[in-house]
Design a protein around this ligand. Sequence first.
Ligand code: ADP
Ligand code: TRP
Length: 324
Amino acid sequence: MKRILSGVQPSGKPHIGNYLGAMRQHIEMQKNYECFLFIADLHALTTVREPQTLRELSIELALDYLALGLDPKKVTYFRQSDLPEHAELCWILGCITPFSVLERGHAWKDAREKQTKDPTVGLFNYPVLMAADILLYKPDLVPVGQDQKQHVEIARDIGQKFNRRFGEVFKIPEPYIRKDVATVMGTDGRKMSKSYGNTIEIFAPEKELKKQIMGIVTDSTPVEDPKDPTSCTVFNIFKYFADKKEEKELEEKYKKGGCGYGDSKIKLYEKILTYFEEPRKKRIELSMNLDYVEEVLKKGAESARAVAADTLKQVKDKVGIPTT
Ligand code: ADP
Ligand code: TRP
């Protein structure tokens, strides 16, 4: 069985971009792959500054995954910080990673361009920690959204460099990116992202969800005029959740005219509510049993450790660091 590995940062409430671009694939792949999935809380430290918030967001993300159907019997699901191997390998890999590669990292370049005051070393080093996350588990595939492609490529380069210099340890994985959902647009027409405040959250309370959807920016074509569905964010998001027949129906309404954006937003709201109906119920039940969630993470960490510790030992042997 081929192996996959992926992580999501607990840096905010997951949105339908996260779901379509990454989380849905993670859950689907549990059927046919050996899966390692984790809560990237060390990565989230680059942006989350409140300890209590980080703790809460981490548990909430676990709840989200379990509610969406992650089966802990099939998936090794764990919290990154429970395994010190990640940070340890990160240091070793940092010692063979050229500074210039990280200077070209898009998250770092963004921080510079936005003139973020004095960006941190953690942000600069983010791709090396991600390389450690990946290489420790020797996966075949890393399922992510388009925005993470560069990070997976950096991980591949670092892994190859290590293997060449010290001898074969790492498997070099491929990114797995579904083209149709590579970049989901947010309510303002930019890429949907927690950091832009343009998200539609999977588990927002109904009122909030409605507000987010009604806030989608549309053009000012009058209700009675024909509209172009392909350039409309509401339609483009609706497509992801609707079947072909429903998609065709809405497309025709747009083209015929007489259908306002308000109507199509309500349709989208109802569609999303129905689509996530079961997970939304399940999440409420699970949230009353947080001990279970902790137990899943504890067991996940134990299974993950068996793999991570073995890889780290091989690495230490190769570079000349004692392993006992
Ligand atoms: P965000 O940008 O909202 O902080 P993360 O960086 O936590 O999201 O991403 C978690 C996963 O979701 C990653 O695999 C990422 O590629 C994917 N993802 C995030 N935003 C989108 C989007 N708008 N479209 C498709 N995939 C996305
Ligand atoms: N950087 C990823 C994101 O923001 C999260 C992540 C951390 C990750 N480590 C990983 C994804 C390893 C895949 C593999 O979405």
